[in-house]
Design a protein around this ligand. Structure first.
Ligand code: DAH
Length: 337
């Protein structure tokens, strides 16, 4: 009886030792076979139940089994430990690789990239101007006379009497026209600042893109054609839009472009204040007074201009309900784009 068990334990032991792949496996084998409550000890316990005359031989056999198993175990353990010193054998080429996290473009950058690519396709180049501007470029040359109430439309952060943080990207139009003779066709993206109370709808810093096209015989019809083409490429072919008369000191006539509300699809809701429409940009024909500031002959040239807020454009496209989310850098928000 005991002899049969000796044979079967030895067989099992050799099988599992052969299959062992690590020190953890070995430890489990040790516990199962060689520990105080292991299979081998249980066999020794059985010695007391066998007939007296068989005891010496059975004891001998068990002792032999114990030394055999211990020897096999020790040599396997030695094998593992020598391999452990050998650095190369520690590399398990079958393990899956690490996944490195890669960053993504901020939603504002993505939106701006898309706007740029659409206007580049329409023949516009891209210009940038300074964020710290002079009163001259931000207001005066754009036909905001000193003390003109239109300056109140834009709550300004002044740096000194003459310098300020630009309140729009429109001053870059003046800088371009000073340096390039028409034809000029360009968009001007960048950061702008306004001294407004921070809320879900307004922030003290945001982004705009202005655009301008000046040449002989540029018409309001071309302005509409360009902006409709842009809006359809950006928001989708089925977009509904309208142009409303408006006022800006630097354009005459001026207009604002609306598209159907993304939320209620034109039925009227809180976002569109029940009108079904949302304003996406301001535009108009460049006021001859602006041409006079930059030495472009208003008798010879006409031009159109437009300007839009990038945050707002994204708000309307993706249904973002709070402008502050753009600047909080909360990954739960950013990862959605
Ligand atoms: N600068 C205007 C604003 O910040 C937007 C604007 C309106 C820009 C009409 C333009 C334009 O170039 O033609 O509200």
């Amino acid at each position: 009886m005991l002899d049969d068990q000796v044979i079967s334990i030895k067989k099992d032991f050799i099988k599992v030792i052969d299959e062992a792949k690590s020190n953890t496996d070995l430890e489990q084998i040790r516990i199962k076979f060689l520990s105080r409550n292991g299979l081998l000890s249980q066999l020794f316990d059985k010695l007391k139940d066998i007939p007296k005359e068989q005891k010496p031989q059975a004891g001998k056999n068990l002792n032999l089994l114990r030394s055999e198993l211990t020897e096999i175990f020790d040599s396997k353990q030695k094998e593992f430990n020598t391999h452990r010193d050998d650095k190369k054998s520690q590399i398990d080429l079958t393990l899956p690789g690490y996944q490195y996290k890669i960053g993504g473009k901020h939603i504002l950058t993505q939106t701006l990239d898309e706007i740029k690519s659409i206007f580049k396709g329409l023949g516009f180049s891209v210009y940038e101007g300074p964020e710290v501007e002079s009163d001259y470029y931000n207001f005066e040359a754009l036909n905001f006379p000193a003390d003109h109430p239109a300056r109140d439309m834009q709550d300004t952060f002044f740096i000194s009497e003459k310098f300020l943080l630009r309140t729009h990207t429109t001053p870059v139009q003046v800088r371009i026209l000073e340096n390039h003779k028409p034809p000029v066709r360009a968009i001007m993206p960048g950061r702008v600042y306004r001294n407004e109370a921070v809320s879900a709808r307004s922030y003290c810093m945001f982004h705009q893109v202005d655009g301008i096209y000046v040449d002989t015989g540029v018409t309001f019809a071309e302005l509409k054609g360009t902006l409709v083409s842009f809006a359809k490429q950006f928001y989708g072919e089925n977009l509904k839009y309208r142009f409303r008369p408006s006022f800006f000191p630097f354009t005459e006539p001026s207009a604002e472009m609306d598209i159907t509300c993304f939320l209620c699809k034109g039925k009227g809701c809180k976002i569109c204040k029940n009108t079904g429409w949302l304003e996406i940009l301001g535009c108009g024909m460049v006021d001859p007074n602006v041409f006079n500031y930059v030495d472009v002959d208003p008798e010879k040239f006409t031009g159109y201009a437009f300007g839009m807020g990038i945050e707002r454009i994204g708000l309307l496209k993706y249904g973002i309900t709070d402008i502050r989310m753009y600047f909080e850098n909360d990954l739960r928000f950013l990862k959605q784009f």
